[in-house]
Unconditional design. Structure first.
Length: 242
């Protein structure tokens, strides 16, 4: 934690007003970026991706559940994994409360992973989540959206992730992301948006709160303090990131 100058209330207010100007710039920039996001062109999907769900097999179009908009969180839980990615779990902890608001606003939110449905359901029970979660195992969905990688890809020099080529050496076979889709009145489905790496970070309300705490995120590297929410009990709270 950096050393802070101790000042009078008047000096603090002056400094805070200066920061407020920067915060307003950030808000206006975020609004502008949101407008550009909404103006992105769309891609018509030709594949009818299939998923295993608790209600039986469904296509991507079925996952809209009667709504016109669908957001899929690409959750890192591979076919052989015993537990979900801690970072993805951290993000998913924040989704249940949003579900009724999203549904009322014509948006369906689901998580998707390549793990078999039984493994997904078991981990979902462990975490106590309500968010719908489907298995993309056996389809090209994860590979086409560049959040899963084949053995051949991982043996090559680089893989496609976050709209660039990243080194394959040391790359895991699963990475996180978020994708959005629209279904029109005829039932056609369009890919409208995807975001990867730290892109979906604003979904994590805890980070937004920590950004306003005296020590901030207090992390040595990106989210290195994060554990699954049932794994904190025996671990002391961090006192500093170095």
């Amino acid at each position: 934690m950096q050393n802070h100058t101790i000042v009078s209330r008047e000096e603090w207010t002056e400094a805070r007003r200066a920061l407020l100007l920067r915060e307003k710039e950030e808000t206006r920039l975020r609004d502008a970026v949101n407008a550009e996001r909404l103006a992105l062109p769309w891609v018509r999907l030709e594949k009818a991706y299939r998923f295993d769900t608790p209600a039986g097999p469904k296509t991507l179009a079925d996952l809209f559940d009667g709504r016109s908009q669908l957001i899929v969180y690409h959750f890192m839980l591979g076919p052989e994994w015993e537990a979900g990615c801690p970072g993805c779990s951290f993000l998913t902890d924040h989704l249940d409360g949003a579900l009724p608001h999203l549904n009322h606003h014509d948006v369906t939110l689901v998580a998707a992973s390549r793990a078999p449905l039984a493994r997904i359901e078991a981990y979902k029970r462990r975490m106590g989540w309500q968010v719908p979660w489907v298995s993309s195992n056996g389809s090209d969905f994860n590979f086409d959206f560049h959040v899963s990688f084949t053995e051949d890809e991982l043996k090559s020099d680089a893989v496609d992730y976050n709209f660039t080529r990243i080194p394959a050496d040391g790359c895991p076979d699963e990475l996180p992301g978020l994708s959005a889709f629209y279904k029109d009145e005829t039932g056609e489905v369009f890919h409208t948006y995807s975001s990867y790496a730290r892109g979906p970070e604003q979904l994590i309300g805890t980070l937004m709160i920590l950004d306003r705490a005296p020590k901030g995120r207090n992390e040595g590297s990106t989210m290195n303090f994060v554990r699954r929410h049932d794994e904190y009990e025996d671990e002391p709270a961090p006192r500093g990131a170095g």
